[in-house]
Ligand binder design. Structure first.
Ligand SMILES: [Zn+2]
Length: 308
């Protein structure tokens, strides 16, 4: 749970006072402030927001490793970080002997803009490299942002081939999609890889409603690269997040718990608060061409749904 604030149902007046005070006097909302008791956790939009009360994903754990072990951008909403650890551990336990999931960037310690990304600002976004095997099916660690083609194959610089480990990939998605602690809002990935994963799921899965939900949240971004080399997952705001300032960043799917309607221009207030970016990128985190993620990572249209 996030560190909760005093009032479960903020009034607009309190929010407005808190937000304006924070924006004008604190410089940022990266740290919890008594002046803004109702804004906490994932605050604002994925492309214009900050994070308080985040937790850091450890460098490695059962079934996963960080792609950049020493990077400072592995902070996220506590529910997101815990869900990543649970899902990776479940894959390791259910299909032992595999290579670890490789986890890309989350967010900075206080959210805000980070290198390589336009979103990833509020602790609700994370990148995953795909599970891969050799062509003969031996699991190997994904060496990093290798584009997989429509056949699920990728060729490395040394001529060797990798193949999407569709079994572990679906198992991982299944764990995330059925985790009661998070609501998956998006799995940004290429249409070709979605087709491979969904084809496998339809053949193996008895819960077809789950497959339908998976297909619904799998979207190829309309104006960034097609995500053939990684998956970008975003979790949705929950009602307890929404009353503390979490704003959507896409459709709120019909199977999710409805969000409360706050009175007044909360959007404008949060946009104002989030303008002040608490995270200063470090020189060591300059863009790296081969892992230049989300160029740009932009939202699909608000009504974007895949597969009709
Ligand atoms: Zn991403």
């Amino acid at each position: 749970m996030l560190p909760r604030c005093a009032s479960p149902r903020p009034t607009l007046r309190r929010l407005l006072f808190a937000g304006l005070a924070a924006a004008s006097s604190l410089g940022c909302l990266g740290m919890p402030s008594p002046l803004a008791p109702n804004l906490a956790g994932s605050i604002g939009m994925p492309h214009n927001g900050v994070l308080t009360g985040g937790v850091e994903l450890p460098r490695r754990g059962p079934g996963y490793e960080r792609f950049r072990p020493t990077s400072p951008v592995y902070w996220g909403h506590p529910r997101l970080v815990a869900a990543i650890e649970r899902a990776a551990r479940a894959v390791e336990e259910k299909r032992p002997g595999g290579a670890p999931l490789v986890v890309g960037d989350l967010s900075g310690p206080n959210g805000g803009k980070i290198p390589r990304h336009n979103s990833h600002r509020t602790g609700r976004d994370v990148d995953f490299l795909y599970y891969v095997t050799t062509p003969s099916g031996a699991p190997i660690r994904n060496p990093g942002f290798i584009p997989l083609g429509a056949d699920g194959l990728a060729q490395l610089a040394d001529g060797r081939f990798l193949r999407l480990d569709v079994e572990r990939q679906w198992l991982f998605f299944r764990e995330l999609l059925t985790d009661p602690e998070i609501d998956v809002q998006f799995l940004f990935m290429s249409r070709e890889l979605e087709a491979l994963v969904i084809e496998y799921a339809l053949a193996k899965e008895t819960d077809l409603a789950l497959v339908w939900r998976a297909q619904t949240v799998m979207i190829q971004p309309v104006d960034s690269l097609p995500h053939g080399d990684h998956v970008h997952m975003r979790i949705a705001c929950r009602p307890e997040d929404a009353v503390n300032g979490c704003l959507g960043g896409g459709p709120h799917w019909e199977w999710l718990e409805p969000l409360p309607t706050l009175e007044g221009p909360l959007d404008e207030l949060l946009a104002l608060v989030a303008q002040d970016d608490p995270f200063e990128p470090e020189p060591a985190l300059e863009r790296v061409a081969e892992v230049d993620d989300e160029r740009p990572d932009t939202e699909p249209l608000s009504d974007a749904r895949h597969g009709g």
